[in-house]
Design a protein around this ligand. Structure first.
Ligand code: C2E
Ligand code: MG
Ligand code: MG
Ligand code: MG
Length: 292
């Protein structure tokens, strides 16, 4: 088993259903069981406003610990859930769990933050999705402005008419629409004008290291300027170092998310972070500031 898990660790898992995953069928059975036994968990990764260092949001990320395989990445089991149709139950649960948590944190007196939920392609194409989310917002009492949905460019290619109608309806409710993994898709830029996009999330593959060539630094700057010129705000994903943070701040990127600040945390730990350390990242740590 350990050997199998090790082999799988080097696979490159794409957003498309992976027919070559040798354990897909076994994982599907295990996933079905995990749903029944309520073994999926949501973790929350803080999103920081670069200008202030304050937590302004969180991305909800699925976690599944398989009794034998250990943690299975959502990048691996979401495609299996899509193929098998389990994504319906999982997607509904994620939305309800995230919205319920956000509502509870507000009721506990914490400063409101926006919760971002990833949608899968199949979920986005479900005809009843917008109505179900509208109902969920009414049930929870959470103002829709505190929810964001993240979709990727490649999801928009299939059935553009329907997916854009769904996004229009969610946007009209006041829900924020974010394009995830921006820059990695194939759909071109024309859709950005036709959709109600509020935010683009620059994929961490675009975030230049200190040693990166100037062309790569220009690329992030260009992506940020493009988004701003279209009245969209920008989240940089995968911020791991103070250099990343400084560069993105210089380029007027609005928000950032990454291991420099925090990995995704269980709900109770995230709530504690909000309670006690909401502005932890207002300034770089002194020793790092000296090194600049
Ligand atoms: P994503 O939506 O692009 O999420 C960001 C991923 O980057 C997360 O991986 C997060 O843990 C990781 N990450 C954050 N900061 C850093 C960093 O500084 N360095 C590095 N190397 N990684 C960082 P995760 O949680 O494994 O999720 C992978 C993907 O699975 C997500 O990519 C998303 O596409 C999908 N996913 C996760 N949760 C859900 C869900 O509830 N529903 C759906 N449909 N998809 C989900
Ligand atoms: Mg995402
Ligand atoms: Mg992303
Ligand atoms: Mg990504």
């Amino acid at each position: 088993l350990a050997k199998a898990a090790g082999r799988n660790g080097v696979h490159v898992f794409t957003a498309e259903p992976d027919e070559t995953d040798p354990h897909a069928l076994r994982l599907e059975t295990a996933l079905r069981r995990a749903i029944e036994r309520q073994q999926l968990r949501l973790h929350y990764q803080p999103q920081i406003e670069l200008a202030s260092g304050r937590i302004i949001g969180a991305e909800a990320l699925l976690r599944w610990r398989h009794p034998e395989l250990g943690e299975v990445s959502p990048a691996r089991f979401i495609p299996i859930a899509e193929e098998s149709g389990l994504i319906g139950a999982i997607g509904d649960w994620v939305l309800r769990e995230a919205v319920t948590a956000a509502a509870a944190w507000q009721r506990a007196g914490l400063a409101p933050i926006r919760i971002a939920v990833n949608l899968s392609g199949r979920q986005l194409r479900q005809p009843g999705l917008a109505a179900a989310i509208e109902q969920l917002m009414a049930d929870s009492g959470l103002d829709p402005c505190w929810l964001a949905v993240e979709v990727t460019e490649s999801m928009l290619v299939d059935n553009f008419a329907q997916t854009s109608a769904t996004l229009q309806r969610l946007h009209a409710l006041g829900i924020e629409v974010a394009i995830d993994d921006f820059g990695t898709g194939y759909s071109g830029l024309h859709y950005l004008r036709q959709l109600p996009v509020d935010v683009v999330k620059i994929d961490r593959g675009f975030i230049p290291d200190i040693s990166a060539p100037l062309s790569q630094v220009s690329m992030t700057r260009a992506l940020i300027q493009l988004a701003h010129s279209l009245q969209m705000r920008v989240v940089a994903e995968g911020i791991e170092t103070e250099d990343h943070r400084r560069l993105l701040a210089q380029q007027h990127c609005d928000f950032a998310q990454g291991f420099l600040f925090s990995a995704a945390l269980p709900g109770d730990q995230f709530q504690a972070l909000l309670q006690h350390r909401a502005d932890t990242w207002a300034r770089p740590a002194p020793q790092q500031a000296d090194a600049l």
